[in-house]
Ligand binder design. Structure first.
Ligand code: CTP
Ligand code: MG
Length: 225
């Protein structure tokens, strides 16, 4: 089956509080976004890579490609105001209705070969595959007036890449945007589909705040693939 990946890098990275959007920040002397793209291209040489970027940062990306002699072919697409819009723009460039598409946060540069393979394989079996990990902290639900225990064994933290059959995820993205759509699994579920979870990896962190850069640097040093 044809394989696609949409790398979403259309955000502003506000929580990182840096003028340079976090997806372009360096990790071990290379932009974070390049680590993420390379993870997919080194596994599947024929994979079609779609890269979603903020409109005003496309020329910066082109400069980075030159500076870092980055030659992996990618189709660049403009992002939107929400992640939902960014993914939708990426999906619109896939004209086939067959195949499997992974949708991956550009800011998860530590994704492993193993996990990518497992997700595509499971999506082929079940129609979708979403990486999930257990939560180690104790949890409480808070409201204005109170807070309450939550059983953490019932909760999973959800990661990317999230893999789907192309035809089905494109259809799910025809519905109007809702605030609850924080990832593709929420969109797919709201279209009436069952979600299949696959064991994720705790090292597959999302670089979100400054401390994550330090953690990601350390994890990268230990990475085997
Ligand atoms: N993303 C996107 N388009 C948007 C918003 C987010 O493509 N309109 C992408 C980000 O670039 C990132 C991924 O979705 O790779 C995960 O989102 P997040 O970590 O929330 O990144 P940002 O939205 O950029 O960061 P913040 O929420 O702190 O502003
Ligand atoms: Mg965000």
């Amino acid at each position: 089956m044809e394989r696609f990946v949409i790398i979403v890098a259309g955000g502003k990275g506000e929580r990182m509080q840096s003028d340079l959007p976090k997806q372009f920040m360096l990790l071990a002397d290379k932009p974070i976004i390049m680590h993420s793209i390379e993870a997919f291209s080194k596994i599947f040489s024929s994979i079609k890579i779609i890269l979603v970027l903020p409109k005003f940062w496309i020329s910066h990306w082109e400069d980075l490609c030159e500076k870092f002699s980055f030659t992996i072919p990618v189709k660049v697409v403009e992002g939107g105001d929400t992640r939902f819009d960014s993914v939708k723009n990426g999906l619109a460039t896939i004209d086939l209705d067959t195949g499997i598409v992974a949708i991956h946060d550009a800011v998860r540069p530590l994704i492993s070969v193993d996990l990518i393979n497992r997700l595509y394989e499971n999506a082929e079996l079940n129609g979708n595959a979403i990486p999930a990990v257990v939560v180690n902290d104790s949890l409480r639900m808070v409201s204005d007036s109170n807070n309450q225990f939550i059983d953490r064994t019932l909760i999973r933290s959800i990661q990317t890449p999230q893999c789907f059959l192309v035809e089905e995820i494109k259809k799910a993205f025809e519905q109007p945007y809702q605030k609850s759509f924080t990832d593709e699994a929420t969109v797919f579920e709201n279209a009436g589909k069952r979600i299949f979870l696959v064991e994720g990896e705790t090292s597959n962190i999302k670089v979100t705040t400054p401390i994550d850069i330090i953690i990601a640097e350390a994890l990268l040093k230990l990475k085997k693939d």
